[in-house]
Design a protein around this ligand. Structure first.
Ligand SMILES: CC(C)(COP(=O)(O)OP(=O)(O)OC[C@H]1O[C@@H](n2cnc3c(N)ncnc32)[C@H](O)[C@@H]1OP(=O)(O)O)[C@@H](O)C(=O)NCCC(=O)NCCS
Length: 377
C-alpha cells in the first residue's frame, strides 16, 4: 500500500518474489542452478533422466537409483487406450499444444490413485506424468503421419526412447546426445510464467494434472515457450541470408519484438544460449543447419547492436530441434516434455508450502453505478 492507502502495482510482477524455492535459481548475472548445481556442470556430463530425478527427489541419483528410475519412466510411458484414441481423433488443424493440454488433463481421469494425496503418491504421479507427456507428443506426431508409434525399448534411456517413438527409428548417438542436452537445458527455470501458473493451481490444493494443464496453457504463448516456433517462422520468412539485415531492421524500426531475444530476469546473456549455440555449431555439417546458423549469427549481431539484448533459450533451441528433424509446430511440445519435470517438482514444493497464492489488484473501475432492470436498459 502507498502512503495514501492505495495499492501499488508491480507491473508484470517484475522482481516480485512470490514464494521460496530450493529447486532452481536464475541468477540475473547470467547463471542457472538446479538444486545448487550450475547447469554448466550438468550439461554434457549427465543424462536428462538424472535431471528429472534431481528436480523431483532433490538429489542426484546414484547408478542404481538412476537405473530404477529410468526403468520406472519407461514402464510408465504407456498411455491409457482412451487417450491414444482421443489423440488419433484430433483434427489435424489443431496445434499440437492444444492436443497436449487436453490429453494431459484427460490423463487425470485415468489416475486410479487420484484420491491418494500422500507425498509418496504424488512422487509416483510426478514420475508418471514426466513419462507420459513425451508419449502423447510422439503418438500425436506419428498419428499425423499415419504411422504407428513404436513401443519404448528397455535398452534405451528415457530421452532416447522419446526421440525413437517420435521419429519411428532409433536415433543416432549424436541425436541422442543433443536431445539429452536440450532437455536438460529446458527442465526448470525459477518462477517462469508456466511454473508460476502450475504453482498457483497447486496452491489451491488442486491436483497435479490440473497444475500441469494450467502450465501447458501458459507455456504455449509466444512470449514464453511458444517463442521457438515463432523463431523458425521468422527464419523461414527471411529466406536467403542476404535478407537478414533488412528484415530485422524493419522489425526494430517498427518497434516489433524479435522472437527469441530478451529476458525478464537475465541482465547478461542467458547461460543456456552458449550451450545451444555450441550444439548448433556442431550440427552445422548439415547444410540446412549451417544456413540457419548463419542467419542466426547475423540476427544476433544486429539485435545486440541496436537493442543491447541477447538471444534467449528459444533462439538456438529452434535450430537445434530443426536439426533433430522436429517440425516447428512440435517445438513447444518438445519444450513441454522437459519442463514438465520442473512443473511437477514445483507443484510438490507448493503443496508443502501450503499457502494460497492470491494477489491483490488495484481497482480502477467506477463506483455508484445505478442498477437498471433488463427491460429498462
Ligand atoms: C521475454 C520478454 C517477454 C521479456 O519481457 P520484459 O521483461 O517485459 O521486457 P520488455 O518487453 O519490457 O522489454 C524491455 C525493452 O527491451 C525491448 N525488447 C525486449 N525484448 C525484445 C525483443 N525480443 N525484440 C526487440 N526488443 C525487445 C523492448 O522493446 C523494451 O525496449 P524499450 O525500453 O526501448 O521499449 C521479451 O523480451 C520478449 O517479448 N521477447 C520475445 C519473446 C521471447 O523470445 N520469449 C521467450 C522468453 S524466454
Amino acid at each position: 500500500m502507498s502512503e495514501k492507502g492505495e495499492r501499488e502495482i508491480v507491473r508484470g510482477l517484475r522482481d516480485v518474489a512470490a514464494a521460496e524455492t530450493s529447486i532452481s535459481y536464475v541468477d540475473p548475472k547470467g547463471s542457472l542452478y538446479y538444486l545448487g548445481y550450475n547447469i554448466d556442470d550438468l550439461v554434457g556430463n549427465i543424462i536428462y533422466a538424472e535431471v528429472a530425478y534431481l528436480l523431483i527427489h532433490k538429489k542426484l541419483p546414484n547408478q542404481r537409483e538412476l537405473d530404477t528410475f529410468n526403468a520406472e519412466l519407461i514402464s510408465e510411458m504407456k498411455l491409457p487406450e482412451a487417450v491414444i484414441e482421443s489423440i488419433r481423433a484430433t483434427p489435424k488443424r489443431c496445434h499440437p499444444m492444444d492436443v497436449l493440454r487436453t490429453e494431459v488433463s484427460r490423463l487425470g481421469e485415468y489416475d486410479l490413485d487420484a484420491n491418494d494425496r500422500s507425498k509418496e503418491a504424488d512422487l509416483k504421479r510426478a514420475t508418471r506424468i514426466i513419462a507420459q507427456v513425451p508419449t502423447i507428443v510422439a503418438t500425436l506426431h506419428r498419428s499425423r503421419m499415419d504411422e504407428p508409434t513404436p513401443s519404448p525399448r528397455e535398452d534405451f534411456s528415457f530421452a532416447k526412447n522419446f526421440l525413437y517413438m517420435f521419429k519411428g527409428t532409433p536415433p543416432s548417438n549424436e541425436e541422442t546426445d543433443v536431445l539429452h542436452r536440450l532437455l536438460i537445458l529446458h527442465a526448470d527455470h525459477g518462477f517462469n510464467a508456466s511454473t508460476f501458473a502450475a504453482r498457483v493451481t497447486a496452491s489451491t490444493n488442486s491436483d497435479m494434472y490440473s497444475a500441469v494443464t494450467s502450465a501447458i496453457g501458459t507455456l504455449r504463448g509466444p512470449l514464453h515457450g511458444g517463442a521457438s516456433e515463432k523463431v523458425m517462422d521468422m527464419l523461414d520468412d527471411i529466406g536467403q541470408e542476404e535478407h537478414v539485415e533488412e528484415y530485422v531492421q524493419g522489425l526494430l524500426d517498427n518497434r516489433k519484438k524479435v522472437m527469441g531475444f530478451g529476458h525478464r530476469v537475465y541482465l547478461a546473456e542467458d547461460p543456456r544460449t552458449k550451450h545451444l549455440r555450441g550444439m548448433v555449431e556442431k550440427l552445422c555439417h548439415r547444410k540446412r543447419t549451417m544456413d540457419l546458423y548463419r542467419k542466426c549469427i547475423k540476427i544476433e549481431g544486429i539485435v545486440h547492436e541496436r537493442k543491447g539484448i541477447y538471444p534467449n533459450l528459444d533462439f538456438y533451441a529452434a535450430v537445434t530441434m530443426d536439426a533433430l528433424g522436429v517440425p516447428k509446430e512440435f517445438f513447444t511440445p518438445f519444450f513441454t516434455t522437459s519442463r514438465v519435470s520442473g512443473w511437477v517438482a514445483h507443484t510438490m514444493e507448493q503443496y508443502e508450502d501450503a499457502v494460497l497464492l492470491r494477489p491483490s489488484s488495484k481497482y480502477v473501475g467506477t463506483f455508484g453505478s445505478t442498477f437498471v432492470p433488463i427491460d429498462k436498459r
